[in-house]
Design a protein around this ligand. Structure first.
Ligand code: GLC
Length: 473
């Protein structure tokens, strides 16, 4: 039987402190029954990029609590057979990290911890603007593939590799079960040549080089931990690259292209287009059979799926859990069908670096304030980072037909039904209005799945005896 694990992602500010998260574990265990909870970064951080700018990898950010609270969280999760995965940001640190402060001052041990150049080259940052910034203290330019407050580490330096091996051992001592590795396939830059693509200049000089894969294998392989990669590159991430990345270093990996196909953050530079269901569903189906693929429909980097795909959350749940999805990842709040909240019309109210960049880009392109804000409200990652409505959780737990209860039933089937665990996928029909019919076939039994994202017809799972095991309404 193939290995299958269910991951539940928690963006800490959506739930609260580590104690608050621990308090919610019984509920999450009852309805979602995850094998792992992946926590987005909880390390000390100035919070320029929502925790992805770490200033100390061995310290809990005081906004979430302290080491005792962390121990309590690990112990609570363990009671429910849930392992905790931490988010390991390896590509870069915060510019407030002690390593960067020392590197700036040319400290002999740290001077080569980052990528310094005398003269900048024309690479662009993934967050917009140049990827090199001048550092007054050092008198040189440093690389930052993301924000200028997130300098890129130099993984050609064995000391940097060693630091991460130590960080992993440090957290293992506290009982963590593994890590999700952020921006995993951008660690080593190939010879720092100037870029070749006009819109994403430099990208192909750092997109999953052989060196990066070697580094990850050195850091992560044989560590007796569960590892989950976030490779970037969206729709240009082909299956051979995916397999190369997951060969040894990772148990599973996302392909952000499957989440992002309808818009914005990683792929289409904020040109909002209607969802192309046919293209998206075909793509998702083809990835779903990839053994180490982790299927997610939402994350902290996307708007809420029911809003973006304009679909009933129960149908989305069926899509995620009835395709042969070995490592599905459910984002906090997804199981109660959370939609995008009504975000502010004033860009100054947005905490996220991405929302502000999106606004600036659209304004520069000549969009009015109103047009720019309406795109931001639709596509901002801040949509997914709002507090979860736990009252709604209680209400839905009492309603057989609710999204939460559908998740619970689907997850039971995903875990225990041999046809859904092992069944081959046979796609029958995918239409542009979002009708998706497919079969799962195992041991002489054929299950039929009819999904309708437009909700014009009832979506269902039917077993080999013609019984409807799940219905969307
Ligand atoms: C990853 C994270 C995203 C973050 C970026 C830079 O893509 O998921 O939230 O902004 O890396 O660390």
């Amino acid at each position: 039987m193939v290995e299958r694990k269910l991951i539940y992602q928690i963006y800490p500010t959506a739930v609260g402190s580590l104690r608050d998260i621990a308090d919610k574990i019984p509920q999450i265990a009852e309805y979602v029954q995850p094998d792992y909870i992946w926590l987005n970064p909880i390390f000390a951080s100035p919070w320029i990029d929502g925790g992805y700018d770490v200033s100390d990898y061995k310290k809990i950010d005081p906004r979430f609590g302290n080491m005792n609270d962390f121990r309590h969280l690990i112990a609570t999760a363990k009671k429910y057979n849930i392992g905790i995965l931490l988010d390991l940001v390896m590509n870069h640190t915060s510019s407030e990290h002690e390593w960067f402060k020392k590197s700036e001052r040319h400290d002999p041990k740290y001077k080569d911890y980052y990528v310094w150049l005398d003269r900048p080259i024309n690479w662009k940052s993934i967050f917009g603007g140049p990827a090199f910034s001048y550092d007054e203290t050092r008198g040189k330019y440093y690389l930052h593939l993301y924000d200028k407050a997130q300098p890129d580490l130099n993984f050609n330096n064995p000391r940097v590799i060693h630091e991460f091996r130590e960080i992993i051992d440090f957290w293992k001592q506290y009982g963590v079960a593994g890590f999700r590795v952020d921006s995993a396939n951008t660690l080593a830059e190939d010879a720092l040549k100037s870029g070749i693509l006009p819109r994403i200049t430099g990208f192909f000089n750092y997109f999953q080089t052989e060196e990066t894969v070697d580094i990850l294998e050195k850091v992560l392989a044989r560590k007796d931990i569960f590892t989950l990669a976030e490779p970037i590159g969206g729709q240009i991430l082909g299956k051979s690259r995916f397999r190369q990345l997951t060969r040894k270093a990772f148990d599973a990996a996302f392909n952000v292209g499957t989440i992002d196909i309808a818009d914005t953050f990683f792929s289409d530079r904020y040109h909002m287009k209607p969802v192309n269901y046919k293209r998206w569903l075909k793509y998702l189906a083809s990835w779903s059979t990839e053994p180490k693929f982790s299927m997610a429909l939402e994350s902290h980097d996307t708007p809420r799926a029911p809003s973006r795909f304009q679909a009933d959350p129960r149908v989305l749940a069926m899509l995620q859990l009835l395709l042969p999805s070995n490592y599905p990842c459910i984002y906090n709040g997804q199981e109660i069908g959370t939609k995008n909240p009504k975000l502010s019309n004033n860009i100054d109210d947005y905490p996220g670096v991405q929302s502000r960049m999106m606004y600036r880009t659209l304004r520069k392109e000549g969009k009015t304030k109103r047009q720019a804000m309406s795109a931001v409200r639709l596509a901002s990652r801040d949509n997914a980072r709002q507090p979860i409505d736990w009252g709604e959780y209680i209400l839905q737990s009492k309603d057989e037909e609710s999204t939460l209860r559908i998740y619970q039933k689907l997850i039971d089937l995903w875990r225990n039904d041999p046809v859904l665990v092992n069944g081959k996928l046979k796609v029958k029909k995918i239409t542009k209005t979002g009708v998706f019919d497919f079969y799962r076939i195992f041991d002489g039994k054929t299950y039929k799945v009819h999904l309708d994202l437009s909700n014009k017809t009832v979506s269902y799972l039917e077993n080999h005896e013609g019984q409807k095991l799940i219905r969307s309404r």
